[in-house]
Design a protein around this ligand. Sequence first.
Ligand code: HEM
Length: 160
Amino acid sequence: MDDLVLARVLHVLGIVLWIGGVGMVTFVLLPTLARMQSATDAMAFFSRFRQRFAAQARFSTLIVGLSGFYMVHVLNAWPRFMQWQYWWMHMMVLIWIFFSVMLFIMEPRGRRQSAASVQQDVSPETFAKIQRKHLFLLILSLITIAGAVAGSHGWLIARS
Ligand code: HEM
C-alpha cells in the first residue's frame, strides 16, 4: 500500500514539474518572445531554452510513465482501458505517448537539423503558431488532470 502512495506522490510531482513548465512556456515565454524586436534572436533564445526544458521534461515524463504503469499494475486497473467512464486513463496514456515522442525523438532530431542548417524564416507569427499548439496541449492536459483527480477519488460518470 505504501509503495502505491509513493508512486502516486512521484506521479503528481512529475506532472506538476512537466505540465507546469508547459503552462509557463505558453503564457509567459512565448508571448514575451513574440514581442521581441528581432524574431531571429528570439528564435535563437527559444531554441536554447527548449533544449534545457526538454532535458528536465524528459526526466519528469519518465517518472510519470514509470509511476503510472506501476499504479496500473498494483491497482490491477488494465480493464479500465475497456470502459469509457475511465476516459481520463486513455487521455493520460495518449498525452504521455505524444510528449514522449516529441521529447525523445522529435526534439533531438530538430536540434541536429537546426545545427546543420541556417535558421529558417522566423516572424512573430511563428511564435503565435507555436503558442497555439502549446495552448491546445495545455488545455488537453488540464482537462485530463481534472478528470484523473476526480476519477481517482471516486467521481466517475455514472454507469448506465
Ligand atoms: C503512461 C502514462 C500514464 C499512466 C499509465 C498513468 C496511470 C495513472 C494511474 C493508474 C493513476 C491512479 C488512478 C487511481 O488511483 O484510480 C493515475 C493518477 C493520476 N494521473 Fe496518471 N498516468 C499516466 C500519465 C499521466 C499524465 C500524462 C497526466 C497528466 C496530464 C496524469 C495525471 C494524473 C493525475 C492528476 C492523477 C490523479 C492523482 C491523484 O489525485 O491521486 N497521468 N495515473
